[in-house]
Design a protein around this ligand. Structure first.
Ligand code: ADP
Ligand code: ZN
Length: 724
């Protein structure tokens, strides 16, 4: 009897489950109909593939994307799992062959398009075999509320009745509760069999950079990712084509992808990208649905996406393999104006919704203060409670200190008032700047007392201030015409002349972050990695499959970190199962042995994954906490687990927060960079405002002490207070 764990390790070569995978698998094995909701890259496929290997009978997988079916089957076969697909892309002969395999019970998994499943021929075939599991991939297609409703999906329900003994499993990456409810309702699943994973993708470094010279900025980002796959999203086909020409001229390996190209060319470009023949795809939003490429290392948004939902979906295509990936949004207010222009052509509800979506992504892009993950996850109804994620620009850069913006804020608010609260921010700013444009003159706003009193700031700075006043609740905005009006809070502030603090942009500020990733990253030998990658490419081309079907980047990274020299050691590497070791092992071992001999490298034993692995998150902090109490120092823990000081501190904080006490020691203080006086001030602030949140303390110290230090100091404070 094979357990799920042993299949995970022996067949797929992975050490631990991703969050909820095991729970979902257990539920399916107990023959309960199951809905699993996980983000892209969450590892949905294993949730039915592992049970498929444990059931006697056949697992049928219904999937709407023909290109993904082929990809899944290729990957499964490389792991030694017998599987086939049936769809319109096959020749009649291949089709019959695959039907025969199924009939003879020689395959464990059968992939089908929904319309194929509904044909009499297939229904007859399936009545001859034992179907144990019916998997409905992309299950949101069942819902009219989803973004991709497919009527055929509704009929699957009828088909299901023909297999009363098969357990049914639905999978989707669409998190909205409306869609989930629809799926459960249609398939008659109970809510207790629903598993919803967190949509946080903590390997993505999320960054927003002011757009200044976009072509040049794109080049700089791409240069930081030499030889790594990436996607650049643009607003229009024209921009895609222009940027593609610009980059190609400068020697970059790029291809365009958009609806204006014919089918053949689009497919060719996509294929070249998947096979690592081309490094970068420049695309409109149309790109990404039908691809499964796990090693996309960066996604650049050359232009502002129209909603948080599409933004999150697009950056979600990066780093599906769980390795660090970099997401950069180039942001300018000009893009907002452009999108507004298109929205203005719409009407009614559609217009209102589009405005709401745009406002949300603008608030996200303009927030220079809070962790980027908060608004993104809030949007999906998930709260992100950590103070900082250590993997976004706002968490990693010292936040800009707040400044006193009372005077400009008062000018702005009075101008809104003087203009009778009937105008949008753009017009108010024009009045403050003393513009003589047609609208200002038509309304005789050049006669207002606030006309031309704001020349100390430029237009961008005023707009930035306006958005802060909005988010601080001094003004509110009417959806359709963006009209501003004052709130009671503003009237109060004006009357009492209360000081107002905010961020003041310097005109034309440059990017504040260098995009360095702080996430725990395995140290590996880059030169050896490049050679292994080359080997993988040769073997993939020979077999006619994408390189990631042979081995993932993660697998090559570990090979280049641990230098395995034998079959046994190779089997400890993530992604190397029995069949892959047999099939490709020797070829890679030859490269590894040769390289290590020439460079006198020794094999390094692979330590069990502790801190790095998300699955062990529950035990991880315990292990770290206990190791620390046993006398290990922070630097020693950093080295042992290949993580940053921040991660060790986070683990220790969690250890304390769950009721354990930590030993007092001088070594914590060594990690702190703040001066002794600053440290005292921080402790005083904790006395004052408590230790629950760090932001009030950060603010009280005017941003002089960074969050990393504050976390350590909080811990020292709590140790001193006896863990309270
Ligand atoms: P999804 O369908 O949810 O987008 P996939 O099933 O395609 O995600 O999985 C994404 C990647 O993660 C694949 O390359 C897969 O092999 C890998 N993966 C899945 N589960 C694990 C695991 N437990 N450990 C390591 N890698 C995993
Ligand atoms: Zn963050």
């Amino acid at each position: 009897m094979h357990t799920s764990e042993s299949i995970l390790k022996n067949t797929f070569g992975y050490d631990t489950f991703r969050p909820l995978q095991n729970e979902v698998i257990e539920n399916v094995l107990a023959r309960r109909d199951t809905l699993a909701v996980m983000p892209t890259g969450g590892g949905k496929s294993l949730c039915y593939q592992i049970p498929a290997l444990q059931f006697d009978g056949l697992t049928v997988v219904v999937s709407p994307l023909i290109s993904l079916m082929k990809d899944q089957v290729e990957q499964l076969r490389a792991f030694g799992v017998p599987s086939v697909f049936l769809n319109s892309s096959l020749s009649p002969q291949e089709y019959n062959e695959n039907m025969d395999y199924v009939k003879r019970g020689e395959v464990k998994l059968l992939y089908l398009a929904p319309e194929t499943l509904l044909t009499p021929r297939i229904l007859a075939l399936l009545s001859e075999v034992k179907v144990d599991l019916l998997t409905i991939d992309e299950a949101h297609c069942i819902s009219e509320w989803g973004h991709d409703f497919r009527p055929e999906y509704r009929q699957i329900v009828e088909v299901r009745k023909r297999f009363p003994n098969a357990v049914c499993m639905a999978l989707t990456a669409t998190a909205t509760s409306r869609v989930r409810q629809d799926i459960r309702h249609t398939l008659k699943f109970s809510t207790t069999n629903e598993f919803v994973a967190s949509f946080n993708r903590d390997n993505l470094f999320i960054e927003v950079v002011p757009k200044q010279d976009p072509s040049q900025q794109v080049r700089e980002i791409v240069d930081r990712h030499k030889d790594q796959s990436g996607i650049i999203y643009c607003f229009s086909r024209k921009q895609v084509d222009e940027l593609a020409v610009y980059l190609a001229k400068r020697g970059y390996s790029v291809r365009p992808y958009h609806a204006g190209l014919d089918d053949v060319e689009r497919r060719k470009n996509q294929e070249a990208f998947i096979r690592d023949d081309v490094q970068i795809i420049i695309a409109t939003v149309a790109f990404g649905m039908g691809i499964n490429k796990p090693n996309v290392r960066f996604v650049i948004h050359h232009d502002l996406p129209k909603s948080i939902e599409s933004y999150y979906q697009e950056i979600g295509r990066a780093g599906r393999d769980g390795l660090p990936a970099h997401c950069v949004l180039l942001y300018s207010y000009g893009d907002v104006a452009k999108l507004n222009y298109f929205i203005d052509q719409k009407e009614g509800d559609e217009k209102r919704v589009a405005i709401e979506h745009l406002n949300a992504i603008v608030r996200f892009a303009e927030d220079e203060h809070n962790c980027r993950r908060k608004p993104l996850l809030n949007y999906f109804g998930e709260s992100y409670s950590a103070d900082t994620c250590s993997n976004c620009d706002n968490c990693n850069s010292a936040p800009t200190p707040l400044t006193d913006v009372t005077i400009p804020a008062q000018k702005f608010l009075s101008c809104v008032k003087r203009a009778d609260e009937k105008f949008g921010a753009g017009h108010i700013v024009d009045v403050l700047l003393g513009s003589k444009n047609e609208k200002v003159l038509r309304w005789e706003h050049d006669k207002l007392s606030t006309y031309g009193i704001g020349k100390e700031l430029d237009k961008k700075q005023w707009m930035h201030l306006a958005r802060q006043l909005l988010s601080m609740g001094y003004i509110k905005q009417d959806g359709e015409f963006h009209t501003l009006s004052l709130t009671p809070k503003a009237l109060e502030a004006l009357r009492k002349r209360e000081p107002i603090f905010g961020l003041m942009k310097e005109a034309g500020r440059v990017a504040k972050s260098d995009g360095k990733k702080k996430a725990a990253e395995l140290e590996y030998h880059r030169g050896l990695f490049a050679i292994l990658r080359q080997k993988r490419k040769e073997m993939a081309d020979e077999a006619g499959v994408p390189p990631y079907v042979i081995f993932s980047d993660r697998t090559l990274t570990e090979m280049a970190a641990y230098y395995p020299q034998s079959r046994e050691s190779l089997l400890t590497i993530s992604g190397v199962g029995q069949v892959k070791a047999q099939q490709y092992g020797d070829a890679f071992l030859a490269v590894l042995v040769d390289y290590c001999q020439r460079h006198d490298f020794k094999e390094k034993p692979k330590e069990p994954e502790v801190v790095r692995d998300k699955n062990d998150a529950n035990r991880r902090y315990m292990i770290v906490g206990e190791a620390y109490n046993a006398g290990e120092t922070v630097p020693a823990l950093m080295e042992r687990y290949h993580v940053t000081a921040g991660t060790v501190i986070d683990n220790l904080s969690r250890f304390m927060a769950t009721g354990n006490s930590l030993r007092a020691g001088a070594d914590l203080r060594e990690v702190v960079k703040a001066s002794a006086t600053q440290q005292q001030a921080v402790f005083a602030a904790f006395d004052d405002v408590g230790t629950l949140r760090l932001k009030p303390v950060f603010d009280q110290l005017n941003g002089e002490v960074n969050y990393d230090d504050l976390k350590v100091l909080r811990m020292m404070y709590m140790i001193e207070m006896g863990g309270r």
